[in-house]
Write a protein that binds this ligand. Structure first.
Ligand code: FDA
Length: 283
C-alpha cells in the first residue's frame, strides 16, 4: 500500500530540493544551520547509486550557489554499500571531491549494526584524504561505541552523537532508556573533552540539560559544540537555544523515498503517531 505524502509532511520538508529551499532559508534566518538528507537507503542497483551521487553533487553546488547554511548527510547504503564496498567508497570520494572544492562538509549517517564496521572503515579512509570535510555518527546504544569513540576521538574526528534509531538485539545494544541515557551522557563528556566540536543530536530534555550544565560547570564555551535535532521536532527549543547563544543545526530530510525514515520516527515516539492520526482526521 502506498501512503500519501501529506502524512509525512511534519517530518519530511518536501519531495524536491526546490520545495525544501524556503524551509532551509527560514531556519537559517532564525540562526539555525541545516544538514540536508536526500531520503533513501538500501539501494540495490548501481544506476540508482550513480544517480544519487549526481543528485548529491548538484545539491552541494546548489547549496553553495544559494548561499544556504547547510551541509549534507548521507547514508552509505544509498551510495552502494550493499553492492560493493569499494564502489561505495569511490562514490563517497566523488562527493567529497566537490565538498572540499566548495569548502563544504559531508556527514556519514550511521545505519543498522550490519553496517557499523564498514561505515567506520570508509569514514577513516575518507577522513585521511579529506580531513575536516567529513564526519561520522556514533550511536550511544551500541556496546561497541565504547571502543569506537576512543579510536575516533584519537583521530580527532568530527562526531555526531545520537542514541541510535534501529532495532538491535541485546547482544549488540543497550535496551533500557535509562542505560542509553547514561551512556549518552558519558560519551558526551568524552566528546566535549577530547574533540574540537562535538554534535549532540537528541530531543531529550534530560540530555540537553545535562550538556548545558556540564559545559557550564567545566567552562566549555557555547561555541565549542552544537545541538542537533530533526526537522519537525522541537523547533521552538532550537530557536530558544540559538537565542541563548548555543549552536543549533536541524537535520532536514527531503525526497520521494520517505517511508523508512517516516516509519522510524513513528516507532520512536507515540506522540508522533498521534500527530499523524490527527493529520489524517483533519483531512
Ligand atoms: P527520544 O525519542 O528517545 O525521547 C526521549 C525523551 O525526549 C522523550 O520522552 C521526551 O521527553 C523528549 N522528547 C523527544 N522528542 C520530543 C519532542 N518532539 N518534543 C518534546 N519532547 C521530546 N540515529 C541513527 O541511528 N543514526 C543516525 O545517523 C542518526 N542521526 C540523527 C541525527 C539527528 C540530528 C538526530 C536528532 C537524531 C539522529 N538519529 C540517528 C536518531 C536518534 O538515534 C534517535 O533515534 C532519535 O533522536 C530519538 O532519540 P531522542 O534522544 O531524540 O529522544
Amino acid at each position: 500500500m502506498k501512503l500519501p505524502f501529506f502524512l509525512a509532511r511534519r517530518f519530511v520538508a518536501g519531495k524536491t530540493f526546490d520545495e525544501t529551499i524556503p524551509k532551509i532559508k527560514d531556519l537559517n534566518d532564525k540562526g539555525i544551520k541545516v544538514t540536508l538528507d536526500l531520503l533513501g537507503e538500501n539501494v540495490k542497483k548501481k544506476t540508482t547509486a550513480d544517480d544519487t551521487v549526481e543528485i548529491y553533487r548538484q545539491l552541494l553546488q546548489e547549496i553553495h550557489n544559494a548561499g544556504l547554511k547547510s551541509t549534507i548527510s548521507i547514508k552509505l547504503t544509498m551510495l552502494g554499500m550493499d553492492i560493493d564496498e569499494e564502489y561505495c567508497k569511490n562514490n563517497v570520494f566523488k562527493l567529497l571531491d566537490l565538498a572540499k572544492e566548495l569548502n563544504s562538509f559531508v556527514r556519514i549517517d550511521m545505519e543498522g549494526s550490519d553496517y557499523t564496521q564498514r561505515t567506520i572503515d570508509i569514514f577513516k579512509d575518507a577522513f585521511e584524504k579529506y580531513g575536516k570535510h567529513v564526519g561520522i555518527v556514533l550511536q550511544a546504544y551500541l556496546h561497541r561505541t565504547k571502543e569506537d569513540i576512543e579510536e575516533l576521538t584519537d583521530l580527532e574526528a568530527d562526531i555526531r552523537l545520537c542514541k541510535g534509531a534501529y532495532k538491535e538485539p541485546k547482544l549488540i545494544a543497550l535496551q533500557d532508556m535509562a542505560d542509553i541515557r547514561e551512556a549518552f551522557k558519558n560519551y558526551s563528556k568524552v566528546l566535549l573533552e577530547k574533540t574540537d566540536f562535538p554534535r549532540i543530536a537528541t530531543h531529550d530534555e534530560e540530555l540537553v540539560d545535562f550538556v548545558k550544565n556540564y559545559t557550564d560547570k567545566n567552562n566549555i564555551n557555547k561555541d565549542r559544540f552544537e545541538f542537533q535535532m530533526l526537522y519537525g521536532l522541537r523547533q521552538e527549543t532550537m530557536e530558544n537555544l540559538t537565542k541563548n547563544g548555543f549552536n543549533a543545526r536541524i537535520y532536514v530530510p527531503f525526497g520521494t523515498m520517505w517511508f523508512p525514515y517516516f516509519k522510524r520516527r513513528l516507532m520512536e515516539r507515540k506522540e508522533n503517531i498521534f500527530f499523524v492520526l490527527k493529520t489524517l482526521l483533519k483531512k
